[in-house]
Design a protein around this ligand. Sequence first.
Ligand code: WQD
Length: 345
Amino acid sequence: MAKILVTGGTGYIGSHTVVELQNSGHEVVIIDNLSNSNIEVLNGIEKISGIRPAFENIDCVDYVSMDKMFEKHQNIKAIIHFAASKAVGESVQKPLAYYRNNLVSLINLLQLMPIHHIENIVFSSSCTVYGQPDQLPVTENAPIKPALSPYGNTKQIGEEIIRDTIHANPNHYQSIILRYFNPIGAHPTAEIGELPNGIPNNLLPFVTQTAIGLRKQLQVFGNNYNTPDGSAVRDYIHVVDLAKAHVLAVERMLMNKTKNTVEIFNLGTGRGLSVLEIINTFEKVTGVKVPYRIVDRREGDIEKVWAEPGYANSELGWVAHETVEETLRSAWAWELKLAEKGKHE
Ligand code: WQD
C-alpha cells in the first residue's frame, strides 16, 4: 500500500489506472488541469472503487504550484506521469505548446522529486517512437526512428530526459518507461471511458460516434497498404489491461525488483488488426452498422505496427487478457452511456 501521484489522472488512461491502483489498495492523489478531461470523471472513479481520490487542479507546467502540492501531500512514493497533450495533428500546428506542455511538466517533476524524496516515476511513452519498424513484432530494442510529429518527438525527448537525468543521479531516481500501442475500450462498468474533445482523431471514438449517428461516415485512411486487406494495421489494447500494467510497474519499483534504473516495456497484445477488421468485428459484436468509405492515406500514418510484449509478459508479469470482441463491446457500452447521460447534445 503506497501513496501514488497520478498526473493526468482524470484523463482516459489515467482514470482507468487510478481505479486499478485503488483496487490494489493504493492511495491516489490526482493532479490534472482539466484541459482535456472533466471533473465528473471523479464521480465515475468513485462509483467503481468506492473511493474518491484526492484531487488538485494544477498544471504540471507550474513549478511553484507543484512544489506546494508536494508539500501538502507528503509521503508520495511514486509518480505515474500521464499529463500531456496528445493530438498528433494539433502538435504540428502548435509545436511550441506541445514542447512546453509535455517537456516542462516532465522536467518540473524530475526536479521536484529529489526535493520531496520521491524516487520512482512511470512515464507514458508510445509505440510512435519506433516509427515504421524494420521488423515485426517490434521489441523494446528496436531503433528509435525520427519522429513524424512534434507530439511524437515529445515522447522521444521525454524518454531521453529521463535517461540523462537518471544517468547523472542513479541514486536518486528510477523509472519505468511504458510504450503504449493503441489503447481502446472502456471500463466494463461504463462509468469511465474516453471523452474525445470535438471531432475524434483516433479510430475507435470515431467508430463509436459514427455507429451512434453523431458522425455520418467513418473515413478509412487508405486501402492500398502492404497488409492482408490493404488497410493499416495496429496493436489495439484494452485500456483496463493497459492500466493494470501501471500498477505492476509501480509495485516493481517499490519492491526493488527492477534490473536497471531505467526500464522500458512495450504494452501491447502482440496481435495486429487492420482498420477494416476493427470495423467488421465492431459490427459483429454490437450488431450496429458503421457506414464508412475508403479515402486517401492520412499523412504521417505508419503502415503496420504491433508489439512483441514478451519482455513485459516475463519481467513485469503482465499480459493483455481482454479479447478484441470484449474490448469493442466495452467501447460501445460507453458510447451508449454517454448518449444516455445526454453528453452528445
Ligand atoms: C489508428 C488507425 C488510421 C481514424 C496515434 C498516435 C499515437 C497514439 C495514438 C496518443 C490508423 C486509421 C483513424 C479514422 C482511420 N497517441 N483511422 N479513420 O495513428 O495509430 O496513433 O494515436 O494518443 O502516438 O500516433 O491511432 O487511432 O489515430 O489510428 O482509418 O477516422 O486507424 O489511419 O491506421 P494511430 P489512430
